[in-house]
Each structure stands twice: as C-alpha cells, then as structure tokens.
Design a protein around this ligand. Structure first.
Ligand SMILES: [Zn+2]
Ligand SMILES: [Zn+2]
Length: 385
C-alpha cells in the first residue's frame, strides 16, 4: 500500500496567502482558487508521484493507494471536527459531502484524510469544462433529437438542472506478460476450376505456426467502482452511457483535496479491488489481443489461437474521482415504472452521449412513411423491370 494522503489534514483548509477558507476550483485554469484574494495553486500531479508511468515495468504484486483500500462497513460516516477558528464542534456527514461550514464562524472545514468508507479517493481529475459549455453541449445533443423526443421531455428540458458530478473509478496500471500460440493462413493463389457444367472457386494457402511472447504495460485502465453503474441492465437505466464518453486524461489527475469538489456533487465508491479484479483481467486480455493485431496482417485468411495467456506480474490500483456533467430526466412509463434517462458530458473532453425519451407516435409514423416509400420504389421497378 502506498500512503497517498500523507501531509493532508482535516479541518480548516486555508489559503496559504491570506488564510481565507473560501476555496474552490477555477475551471478555466484547473487550479484551486482562493475566492477572497484570487491566489491559485494545485495539489501535485499524481503521475509525477505515486502513479509514475516509468514504474509500470517494475510493478510486482498488487500495489494500492491508501484511498483504494477495502471499504469498512462499520466505518464512521459522520465525523466531528473542532473548528480551529472558533472552537465549535462541526459535523461532516461524509455520506453526502467531504466539507461543511462552521455554523458559528462560517469558515469551511474539509475531510482530506482517507476514511475507510470510500468517500476520499487517492486522486481527482478536476473539471476543465465550464457549466455553460456543458449546457451548450447538452442542448445541442437534445436539439438534434428534438423531432423524436417526447413532448413532455422537450417542455421540461431545463439547462439549469445540469449538475457537475465526480464519479468514482479505479485507475489500474498493469505490468503483464502475454503469450499466444496458434496458426495462421496466408493466401497464395485463388482460381476457378471447371467441374462438369459448373465453375468452382478454389484457393491455395500456406499454413504457419505463430507464436507471440511479449511484455505488456497497460497504463490507466479505468473501471467504474460504483456497483450500481456497473450494472448493465438497460431496461432500468441507461448507465452504461458513461462508458461511451471515455476516455479521461487520468495522467493529469492530482492528489485529492476536498476543495476540488466545492460546488460539485460526488458519488462514493462502493466496490473493492477484489470485486473489480476479474473485470480488469478481462479488459487486460482484450488490450493484449488488440495489441498484436497489427503484427498479423500477413495472415489474410485468419488466425486461430490454441493458447492465449496474460499473466499479471504487477498491478497498481488508484481510486479516482472523474468529472462528468449530467442532465437527468425520469420518464414515467404508462406501466407505472420510471425510466432514468440522462445526457452525460465528459468534464474534460466535452464528449457527449445520452438517451432521450422518445415520442412513440412520431416514431411509428416515420417508420410507416419509410415503408410506404419502399413499396412505391419497389412497384416502380416492377413496372419498368
Ligand atoms: Zn487567499
Ligand atoms: Zn468556527
């Protein structure tokens, strides 16, 4: 385990220049900003400290950040701090937030040390896209689909309901060794032969034994650490949309500080390393198989593997908060069930994807029109054919 909250402290988080506690993220610069004196600073980039890319080849065993340790179900969720400005006891309910304001002196207090309840990760990738830009991206996404959108959805669409959320992920670096043994076919000649009145196409191919054996370094594999969003049941929610707005530039993530979350909401991690290890193994195998494709172009008639193996030599797990702008909408279905739709925007790249409740009547009409047109075209061909 790597201690990733070394030097962090709870309580009053003060601007080092003027001592104010009104600190938030300046989305334009990606830095923390004192809202009183405008001083800006950042916590250190994690890729320069405990997630150094140069180290991937040296990873062995399982290394985890101290913010990625197993969640302790009995861990205290509500923490009490003494406000060092006025001495009052201030409560932070870490289920909802890692910050609270002192009710007597109005200073802001933060939890930055890692409580074993999944609320404080190792690193955070700050938003770099403003709310205005996200609202514009969402409005454009909905606008393109307006014709088919349900009228109630169109009426109720309100850009003000767009929220910035930090979603929990595990970012995994992998040092592995991969081996493949199989056979591939390369076409040498194709030709036709006459058999009675018929012509048959034939081909000649050379058959090769193929072997691939290599070290594999995977950097920044990103897996959801909220079990609810990993649930791929699209009948109840459209949560897998989040996967389509990847990737995030996790190499720019910085050490966690509660002030990056001021003004945003966040979702707590509820999965441990062990719960996610089979997903990571499968994804590593996919990456590995994909990485050798470019060496197999010669085998134009295909490759068949008899043995495929990816041995994990070392893994490094780092818990992260990644930034997503969300617009969500509950559609009440006629059967009384509610269906969650949402549009999500990657808070770094602006990549946008979502689901919009559809107006069934318009869909049916359009489908009908296409069919009618198809029939007419067919009829004309019949006439002239
Ligand atoms: Zn200041
Ligand atoms: Zn106080």
């Amino acid at each position: 385990m790597v201690n990733t909250d070394k030097g962090s402290h709870d309580g009053l988080a003060k601007c080092e220049r003027c001592g104010a506690t009104e600190i938030g993220l300046n989305v334009a610069s990606g830095l923390l900003r004192c809202n009183f004196c405008r001083h800006e600073w950042s916590t250190e980039r994690v890729s320069e400290t405990f997630r150094s890319e140069a180290d991937i080849g040296r990873l062995s065993g399982i290394v985890i950040g101290s913010g990625s340790t197993d969640i302790v179900p009995s861990a205290e969720q509500v923490l009490t701090f003494k406000c060092s400005a006025c001495g009052a006891e201030v409560v932070i309910d870490t289920r909802n937030s890692t910050q609270a304001r002192c009710h007597w002196c109005r200073n802001k207090l933060s939890t930055n040390t890692q409580v074993p309840n999944g609320a404080v990760p190792d690193m955070v990738l700050p938003f770099s896209m403003t709310k205005d830009a996200a609202v514009a991206a969402i409005a454009a996404f909905v606008g393109k689909r307006k014709f088919f959108a349900h009228p109630k959805f169109r009426e109720e669409f309100n850009a003000e309901n767009v929220m910035g959320v930090y979603l929990p992920y595990m970012v995994v670096d992998i040092n592995a060794h991969a081996g493949y043994i199989g056979q591939g076919e390369h076409l040498t000649r194709s030709y036709n032969v006459k058999r009675g009145d018929d012509t048959e196409s034939r081909y000649d191919a050379d058959l090769y034994d193929i072997e691939r054996d290599f070290d594999l370094h995977i950097k920044g594999l990103t897996v959801e650490s909220s079990s609810e969003r990993r649930d791929q049941n699209v009948l109840q929610n459209t949560n897998n949309i989040i996967n389509t707005i990847m990737p995030f530039d996790v190499e720019n993530a910085v050490r966690y500080d509660s002030n990056y979350l001021a003004g945003f909401t966040s979702e707590r991690r509820d999965s441990n390393v062990e719960d996610l290890s089979s997903i990571v193994q499968t994804q590593a195998e996919d990456v590995s198989r994909h990485s050798i494709l470019k060496t197999l172009g010669f085998y134009d008639r295909g490759v068949r593997w008899g043995r495929e193996q990816v041995d994990m030599r070392g893994q490094r797990w780092v818990a992260a908060y990644l930034p997503v702008w969300l617009y969500s909408y509950h559609e009440e279905k006629p059967n009384g069930r509610s269906f969650l739709h949402y549009v999500a925007v990657n808070g770094r790249t602006g990549e946008t994807m979502g689901s919009v409740p559809l107006h069934q009547k318009k869909l049916l009409l359009t489908a009908g029109a296409v069919q009618v047109a198809g029939t007419i075209v067919f009829a004309i061909f019949q006439m002239f054919g």
